[in-house]
Design a protein around this ligand. Sequence first.
Ligand code: GLY
Length: 377
Amino acid sequence: MHERGEPVVIVGAGLIGLGIAYELARRGASVRVIDAHEPGRAASWAGAGMLAPYTEAHPSADFEAFCVSSLALYPEFVADLRARSGVDARLALDGILEAAYDSPAQDRLRAQVESRLARGIPARWLDRDELQRFEPALGRTARGAAFSPSEGHVDNRRLGRALRGACDALGVRIDENTGPVALEADARRVLGMRHPRGFVPAGAVVNAAGAWAGSIEGLPPHAVLPVAPVKGQMLALAMSSNFIRRVLWLPGAYLVPRDDGRLLVGATVEDAGFDVRVTAAAMRTLLDAALAALPSLAELTIVEMWAGLRPATPDGLPYIGPTSLGGYFVAAGHYRNGILLTPATARLIADILEGRSTGIDAFSPLRAQEAPQPAAK
Ligand code: GLY
């Protein structure tokens, strides 16, 4: 799998990092994970768990195909994690509704349904009466909705616990709350990772540090990638069971039901650096959008408010694959789709490390890297 007998070291114990560790360990590799902070507590915890290759579309055929392939892996992924960890991540592939409240939105969404059907993608237009049967709480103010039946959601916090449990069961060592990590390399390739508790030798290093992927110390300049945080704030309301049944996209907000009775309302998209404060203005924006569409939410109790950081790249595509530094790989920059892309990213990185794949060109980290400088004589 790599040149020496030393472990693959994964930096970042979010869903992507733990997913890679799980996949490699299943294949018999020696794996170690390092997280400067608490595992699974950044975007993996803050996200809504939407699995929406079409509804959260990106204008790239490679990206959509990768998202669709990852969605297809989800049922087996969640079942295997449940078997190994005892934690059910509550996968629900019961569709996503995007509601139209005015005539332009109705025309746009109807056209979107037609274009998906023409491409062989499951889709349906629901008129006002059908929509009300699907989601009685919506009332009759929505004119209809585009229904995307193959999409859905997963409880990402439970998924993080399931992955952690599966990694523990597979013997993956996880160094958590280490404090700052730095990569050590010679002129040619990685040697390992250093953190305040010591040095961890590595046959290969995979940077899966999410929004922090561009800030790891010790990298030669040509191997540093431009990953930047994009803040998302959310809140949760307590609802009675089945009040909202499916993921709902509304103008200015989305709603994701959890089977623990929480209804997630998300999410802002803010350029605010690494700031994860919850602000009054953001809560107002989300609540205004949600209540405009569903006035019946007004009496629900707010039970949680939080913020997280999406890892963004300049072209909106992730970095997955080898870099210009030997033994150094990246799996980061998944922006709005990290939860969806966890199983496919894990498989792709494991295939690359095993020499069974050269990766997907559109996601190559090399597209963003400076040319390596010749080593000093
Ligand atoms: N995937 C949902 C979001 O980024 O807000």
